[in-house]
Design a protein around this ligand. Sequence first.
Ligand code: ADP
Length: 362
Amino acid sequence: MKVLFLEDILAEAALNAMLVVNKEGTITLANPTAEVLFGYKKGELTGQKIEVLVPERFRAAHVEQRDSFFADPKIRSLGAGRDLFGCKKDGTEVPIEIGLNPIKTAEEIFVLASVIDITERKKIEQKLKDSAKEIAFLNGQLEQYAYITSHDLKEPLRAMYSYAALLEKKYKEKLDKNADDYINFIVGGAKRMESLINDLLEYTHIGSKRKPLTKTDCNKLLETVLKNLKVVISENNAKVACDSLPEIFTDENQISVLFQNLIVNAIKFTKHGSPEINISCKQEGSDWLFAIKDNGIGIPKEQKERIFQIFQRLHTKEEYEGTGIGLAICKKIVDLHGGKIWVESEEGKGSTFYFTLPMIYS
Ligand code: ADP
C-alpha cells in the first residue's frame, strides 16, 4: 500500500483537484482546484459526503463502490476507457478522470482522490469522431458519384465507338489516308476511354460492399493466382519463387487482386531476360510484412509515391500496356485491411513492393 505524506499531497494539490475522504465517505479536505472544479466556495465541501459530487443516478452504486475500495484499498485509476462524470454544485455534469490513493494514518484510513477535468479532451475526441464520420460519409458519396458518373459515361461512349467502328468498316481505304488515320484515332481513343472508365468503376467498387473476413491460407490463395496467370507466366518465361506464407483473415478476392496486380507488374516491367520474382513474408512487430521482389526495370526514386495514385504511369502505353490503375487498387485494398504499401527500388536492377497486414487478422 502506498502511503502519502502531507508534503506529497501539497505538491500535487496545485495541479489537480484533490479531495481527501474518510471511510464514512465524508470529505475531510478539498483543495481550491477541487472547489473551483465543482463550483463550491472555500471550505464548503469539507464535511459533506463525497456523493454530492457524484451524479444522482450513480450515487447508490457509489456508496457500495466506496465500501469495496476501503475493504481492499489499492491505488486505482478510474475513468480511462469509460465515461465518468462529476456533479457540480449547480447540478451540471463534468467529464472527469480520477486517481485513488489510500492514505493510512496511525488511527484511520483515508482515500486521496485526484480529479482531472477532461472536458477539453472529450471535446477534441468528439471533434475527431465527428470528422471521421464526415470523411466516411463524403468518401461514400464520392464513390457513389464516381460510380454513377462512369456508368453514365459509358452510354455515349459506346455510341461513339460503335459509329467510329462502323465508319472504319465501311469507308476504310475508300477515303484518303488521313481519313483512315483519323478514324483509327477515334476508335483507339474510344477504346482507351472505355478501359479507363472500366478501371475507374473497378476502383470505386472495391470496398463498397463490406464482406466478412474469412480465414485464408495465403499459400493456397497464391497458388490459385499463379494458376490464373499461367499463360502470362509461361509466355514471358517468368520464374516465380515463393516462401511459406501465413494464414490470415482477409477479404480473399481483394487479396487475390493485390497479389495478381503486383505479380503482373513484376512480369510486365522488364526489359530483357526472364522475369524472376520472389514472394516472401515475415513477421514485423504486430504486422505481417509481405515482399514481392523482381529483377525488372526499377522505379526512379522521385516516382515512388506517385505510382500508387490513380492513372499515374511512368511510361507510354506503346512502351508498356496499361492504364495506371493497378497500384491504386493495391493501395486501396491494403488501406482497407489497415496496412501500408510502398516500394523500394534501384533503377535498372529491380523493385521490391512491400505491404503489411496487421496480425490481428491472423
Ligand atoms: P499500369 O501497370 O497499368 O501502368 P500500375 O498502377 O500497376 O499501372 O503501375 C503504375 C506505374 O508504376 C507503372 O506504369 C510503372 O511505371 C510503375 N511500376 C509498377 N510496378 C512496377 C514494377 N514492378 N517495376 C517497375 N515499374 C513498375
